[in-house]
Design a binder for this molecule. Structure first.
Ligand SMILES: Cc1cc2nc3c(=O)[nH]c(=O)nc-3n(C[C@H](O)[C@H](O)[C@H](O)COP(=O)(O)OP(=O)(O)OC[C@H]3O[C@@H](n4cnc5c(N)ncnc54)[C@H](O)[C@@H]3O)c2cc1C
Length: 430
């Protein structure tokens, strides 16, 4: 069987594909792989752009291991099986009057895939998935099944909240959810200069601020999401269809294809698209505000940089497509996160701004991503583990003060690298 990821840039042919539906079956698969001298890799929805999920050994497809195990509306603690998608998780939480504090901009990922790569959204006070985890159950390399939390095996819990799939197979995830809430969304185009000049105020004044800049233009689409006690007032179906399906997906796909064939017209297309942007506000349950539909396929690189560096980095970035003569149709996305305490979280111990660059699926991205990555390197950037980058352990060790804490736990729980692959060897060392 040949497997490929969502973006189509990673392919593998595992020796075996298994679809366990119980934790005992997962443990048995790990033990059997060890007996056969094979590596093991669970895979989620394939939404990572890097080779992080590849194996030539045993591939565990956890899509049939996706039940809600418990939900306590009082404490907000919710335990689910690892293969559950975020989409289903949100629906199940909603049924219990609960919701996640923060999330990224799509919900196709599995909970374990999202957790393993440090998936995040944007938040002034609330960090990524890792910060919302209260407990994990993990199948280790010897086939044992262990629980961990802040009080039970705390050294394992500490690092496994962003574990890169290097420590074992996550079998269940316990989230610290909260009472479901409504967000008021305010989305509007603004001059890019105004956004950059006011960036720190915009972050301070909003619970969830982000912006998208359209290369070759002076315009950014800003998004401010804040909690409200007002009743929901969603977008009309027609407006949601025109904005989110037609303009953001259908028409965007066509302009990307056109730009792919005739790169010289991309700046013109972007300028036309940026003048078509209009303001909108609506109120809806949080997951519907956090999540957008993303059907146009692309390749992505995203780095967390120290937040204070954002204006200087962006000043360079905004002139880059012209300087390297590379027209870029996809917007650059900027988000933020507060510091967290997870060793390999991109937000570990520092206030971050996330800067993400994208290129349409068929378009070569090397020159653009290489030039952008150079900018991120100058400010000690940390790459998203699931998005394209070229760093290896020698550099990453200098970016994460607690890198060796992670490696020490990995050496203890997986000395034979049952869960290893080439990507992990590169980013963590052998
Ligand atoms: C359209 C799109 C939008 C995105 N938006 C965001 C965003 O807003 N914010 C953000 O931070 N990222 C975003 N990403 C990146 C994405 O969230 C991550 O790459 C995430 O890991 C994908 O989850 P998945 O279920 O597809 O995992 P996969 O890509 O299938 O796997 C990722 C890793 O997790 C490991 N893994 C999976 N299950 C387990 C398990 N049970 N135990 C141990 N390891 C496991 C895999 O082995 C692999 O190493 C986006 C990606 C795409 C394509």
């Amino acid at each position: 069987m040949t497997w490929s990821n969502w973006a189509g840039n990673q392919v593998m042919e595992p020796a075996r594909v298994l679809r366990p539906t119980t934790v005992d079956e997962i443990a048995a698969a790990v033990k059997q792989a060890a007996a056969d001298g094979l590596t093991v890799k669970p895979i989620g929805s394939g939404h990572s752009f890097t080779a992080i999920g590849l194996t030539d050994g045993v591939l565990l497809d956890l899509s049939g291991y996706d039940r809600l195990l418990s939900a306590d509306a009082g404490t907000g603690l919710v335990t689910v099986e690892a293969g559950l998608t975020l989409h289903r998780l949100n629906a199940l939480l909603h049924e219990h009057g609960l919701g996640l504090t923060n999330m990224g901009d799509v919900d196709a990922q599995t909970v374990s895939g999202a957790v393993s790569t440090g998936t995040h959204g944007t938040g002034r006070d609330s960090a990524g998935f890792a910060a919302q985890i209260a407990g994990l159950e993990i199948v280790l390399a010897d086939g044992s099944v262990v629980q961990c939390s802040r009080t039970e095996r705390p050294e394992l819990f500490d690092v496994a909240r962003v574990g890169l799939g290097a420590l074992g197979v996550l079998s269940t995830v316990t989230f610290q959810a909260e009472k479901a809430f409504t967000l008021v969304a305010d989305e509007r185009p603004m001059p890019l200069d105004e956004v950059l000049d006011g960036f720190f105020d915009l972050v301070r004044d909003n619970e969830h601020f982000e912006f998208y800049w359209f290369p070759h233009t002076e315009v950014a689409l800003t998004k401010r999401n804040n909690r409200t006690d007002e009743p929901v007032s969603p977008l009309s179906k027609a407006r949601a269809f025109v904005d989110d399906e037609l303009l953001s997906n259908g028409l965007f796909e066509l302009t990307c294809r056109l730009g792919n064939r005739m790169p010289a017209i991309i700046p013109k297309l972007n300028r036309a698209a940026s003048t078509a942007l209009t303001a909108r506000t609506y109120r809806d349950v949080a997951p519907k505000v956090f999540v957008s539909s993303r059907r146009v396929r692309f390749r992505e690189m995203e780095y967390a940089i120290p937040r204070a560096e954002l204006p200087a980095v962006f000043a360079e970035l905004r002139t880059l497509p012209e300087r390297i003569g590379e027209p870029v149709s996809f917007p650059v996305e900027v988000r933020v996160a507060p510091p967290d305490d997870v060793p390999l979280s991109t937000g570990s111990g520092r206030e971050s701004a996330y800067v993400a660059v994208h290129m349409y699926k068929g378009t070569p991205y090397d020159r653009y991503f290489t030039a952008v990555e150079r900018l991120f390197q100058q400010v000690e950037g940390r790459p998203h583990w699931g998005k394209l980058h070229t760093l290896d352990a020698s550099v990453l060790r200098t970016r994460y003060p607690r890198f060796d804490d992670f490696v020490a736990v990995r050496n203890r729980v997986d000395p034979e690298r049952r869960f290893g692959n080439a990507y992990l060897e590169r980013v963590l060392g052998g």
